[in-house]
Design a protein around this ligand. Structure first.
Ligand code: ADP
Length: 457
């Protein structure tokens, strides 16, 4: 079957839906989004949905000083200066506008609070309703529907169609139909990363083998990267694969109970009851630190007030119940009782907690220099301990794009008719993406891709 469109978007995750909407707003009459799975959302859906935006409205209310330049430097430094400064500049400069667009035009509800993600200099991460990507995907889908954008579910794209030196369409296959989608203005690839593709992970980084679980949804297998590579696209930074430090030791899923840490409470300890890393360090640093502890596991320790303050018990009820049922989380009245549940050295943990409370009182963490305000533990309890391991979370590498989201070929020139946005792209976050920067990235570059696919033709 042949379908004639103005714009074809590959992938109905956050980046793809944003791009499709923006293409429509910039004059595309017919826009199709091809989605491999039976549902939209990809990794965006299962993420916390937090959005890093300098000078945002919560910062204003709380009197937190921030700037585009500080954010720019954080992104670059957080990725060991491996990101392309030109792309990072675009991201930093447009992040706030993207957040306002989501809030005001897409109608995404943000909570009246922020989180402090590791590696950022200041607290700047907006939290969508219920602290998951569900809110964003739900509202983007509603807008796409309102604008008459058609999403083809269970229709994986398989190949880009090239005419001379221009991408003019996409081949896709559903269970019943072989499609040829013609794309008059162009194709936008937004198919996400390759965290669920063990073979592809190992092709670029042998260390990220099948012993490491993944937080990703199963559809995230690098399809867009492979398709674009076949038409000459340049790949960047493919070896940089991020693990998220606190995941489910059974399934690999990202554990939202870990957000107690990002809300400013809790410490991470090892089997010996000792801290071993700054709890607000970068994800890669914390992950590596956990890997080198006995048993390669971490235990997140916190008290009731810290759990209450983070809102996790209320937002992620199902997960908390799951964790209790699977003996990955314990609640106890004394530190000893909690420690004994996991065979952690209780005496050491008590000492660690006393020491941390001393640091909190004096306002300085003498061991790991934890940033932000230190929240002491209430010695009366109750206490919680969660067991967690690192799992593959984000692939920093992917298609090289320019500031206009055009896909770049081996000679450094844009491939005509081909755009990309989101996790499928590389060379923005360098060696390591900071938490809450991806939602900003997909929004900013999704919008740029959707706009430019219409303007440059
Ligand atoms: P981003 O954050 O960059 O938007 P996501 O992971 O949220 O990335 O979304 C990527 C989407 O692309 C997912 O919904 C995934 O199922 C979809 N996808 C992956 N490969 C293909 C493909 N070959 N054809 C169509 N959709 C795809």
């Amino acid at each position: 079957e042949t379908v004639n469109e103005d714009v074809v978007v590959i992938g109905a995750g956050g980046a793809g839906l944003v791009a499709a909407i923006e293409a429509k707003l910039n004059g595309a009459k017919n826009v199709a989004v091809l989605e491999k799975m039976a549902f939209a959302g990809g990794n965006t859906l299962i993420s916390g949905g937090e959005y890093a935006a300098p000078n945002n409205w919560i910062q204003e209310k709380k009197g937190i000083q921030d700037s585009k330049d500080i954010f720019y430097n954080d992104i670059l430094k957080g990725g060991d200066n491996e990101g392309d400064p030109k792309l990072v500049r675009v991201l930093a400069d447009n992040a706030l506008d993207g957040a306002k667009w989501l809030r005001d035009y897409i109608d995404v509800t943000f909570e009246d609070r922020q989180l402090f993600f590791g590696g950022h200099s200041v607290e700047r991460s907006l939290v969508p309703k219920d602290a998951t990507g569900v809110e964003m995907i739900k509202k983007l889908l509603a807008k796409a529907d309102e604008l008459g954008i058609k999403v083809y579910y269970e229709t994986p794209a398989t190949e880009l169609i090239v005419d001379k030196d221009r991408v003019v369409g996409v081949k896709a296959e559903s269970a019943t139909t072989d499609y040829t989608f013609n794309a008059k203005n162009g194709v936008i690839i937004a198919s996400g990363g390759f965290g669920s593709n063990v073979q592809m992970r190992m092709k670029y980084n042998k260390d990220i083998d099948d012993s490491i679980l993944s937080t990703n949804t199963v559809g995230i297998t690098g399809d867009g990267i492979v398709m674009a590579e076949k038409v000459g696209a340049k790949l960047e930074d493919m070896q940089f694969i991020q693990t998220y430090p606190t995941c489910d030791p059974i399934s690999g899923a990202l554990l939202y109970f870990g957000d107690v840490r990002l809300a400013g409470g809790s410490i991470l300890v090892n089997q010996e009851g000792k801290r071993f890393v700054e709890e607000l360090q970068r994800r890669d640093v914390i992950s590596m630190a956990i890997k080198s502890q006995p048993g390669s596991v971490a235990y997140q320790f916190c008290d009731q007030a810290q759990v209450d303050n983070s809102g996790v018990a209320e937002h992620h009820k199902g997960e908390v119940e799951y964790l209790f049922n699977n003996k990955l989380l314990v609640k106890a009245n004394t530190i000893k009782e909690a420690a004994d549940f996991f065979g952690i050295d209780a005496k050491e943990l008590e000492k660690t907690v006393d020491k941390y409370n001393e640091y909190a009182k004096n306002g300085k963490d003498l061991e790991f220099n934890k940033r932000g305000k230190l929240t002491p533990f209430d010695k009366n309890g109750p206490f919680y301990i969660m067991k967690a391991v690192p799992a593959v979370h984000h692939t920093m590498g992917g298609l090289k794009i320019d500031e206009n989201a055009r896909v770049i070929n081996q000679n450094g020139e844009p491939i005509k008719g081909l755009y990309a946005a989101g996790e499928v792209t590389g060379d923005i976050h360098g060696t390591n993406r900071l938490g809450s920067d991806a939602i900003a990235d997909i929004t900013v570059f999704g919008k740029i891709a959707g706009k430019n696919v219409m303007q440059e033709n």
